[in-house]
Ligand binder design. Structure first.
Ligand code: ADP
Ligand code: ADP
Length: 231
């Protein structure tokens, strides 16, 4: 599903070059639930932007579903993002004036999915995340955990090949965070591929496999339940 080979991304700050990613190689197979964990400044956001096709590497290979992304035009990349990747963010990124149902439908509006199908899929997704009784509420009328559930429903409804979550529990209290992580586990068990980015070891431990990043490099990899593959 995801293959990276020696991906380098650098930023120029005046005279200095900062290697946000200093040669990252990794793979994620279809159906895996992988956490990328690292401290602040380690390169997580940069890596997430590349995995999500929001930004391109300076060098190295990034291929998604077997095709190196440099083979796509900007337009094709936008299409790929909207069809293949379900984004979940720390801040939920719901539109405040729309109901939960309308928020979940929105990406499907951009995909030109017809109204009846859109509504059916949005309702199913909201039921699945336990928000069946809150579909007509706006984000301001939902708790943080409920807003994140709506965002998860929005990601699921488009049937993406990859779910990409950036600190999805970062704005939630720890109990609500654990509930959201249980939902990720359920979604994974149902066959979805998930990449979750976090600085929190407790969050990363809920994934099937952890990839540790520091100073733009992968410094370790561990399967859940403590089986170290590489250190
Ligand atoms: P993380 O998400 O783990 O905090 P980032 O990917 O945001 O890490 O940052 C990795 C490194 O790249 C840091 O040293 C950061 O300061 C630098 N960096 C990130 N984005 C930029 C940018 N737009 N301009 C300059 N430096 C950047
Ligand atoms: P943070 O968690 O760091 O506060 P977000 O996770 O909300 O920020 O956003 C991370 C990055 O993804 C930002 O650069 C933002 O511009 C971009 N982004 C936010 N929403 C979307 C979206 N719906 N689709 C694609 N990119 C987005």
């Amino acid at each position: 599903m995801i293959r990276m080979e020696n991906v380098i991304k650098k930023y120029t700050m005046g005279e200095e070059e900062v290697y946000a990613l200093a040669g990252v190689s990794m793979t994620v197979k279809e159906g895996e639930f992988v956490a990328i964990i690292g401290p602040s400044g380690s390169g997580k956001s940069t890596l997430m932007n590349i995995i999500g096709c929001l930004d391109a590497a300076d060098s190295g290979i990034y291929s998604l579903n077997g095709t190196p992304i440099e083979h796509y035009s900007e337009r094709e990349l936008a299409r790929l993002r909207s069809r293949q990747i379900g984004f979940i963010f720390q801040g939920f990124n719901l539109l405040p004036r729309l109901t939960a149902l309308e928020n979940v439908e929105l990406p499907m509006v951009y995909q030109n999915i017809r109204t009846a199908e859109r509504e059916k899929r949005a309702k199913e997704a909201l039921e699945r995340v336990g928000l069946g009784g809150r579909m007509n509420h706006k984000p301001g009328e939902l708790s943080g955990g409920q807003q994140q559930r709506a965002a998860i429903a929005r990601a699921l409804a488009t049937k993406p090949s990859l779910i990409l979550a950036d600190e999805p529990t970062g704005n939630l209290d720890s109990r609500t965070g654990r509930e959201i992580l249980s939902l990720f586990e359920e979604i994974h068990e149902a066959g979805n591929t998930i990449v979750l980015i976090t600085h929190d070891a407790g969050v990363a431990a809920r994934a099937q496999r952890q990839v540790k990043i520091q100073d733009g490099r992968i410094v370790g990899e561990e399967e859940s339940h403590g089986n170290t593959i590489l250190e």
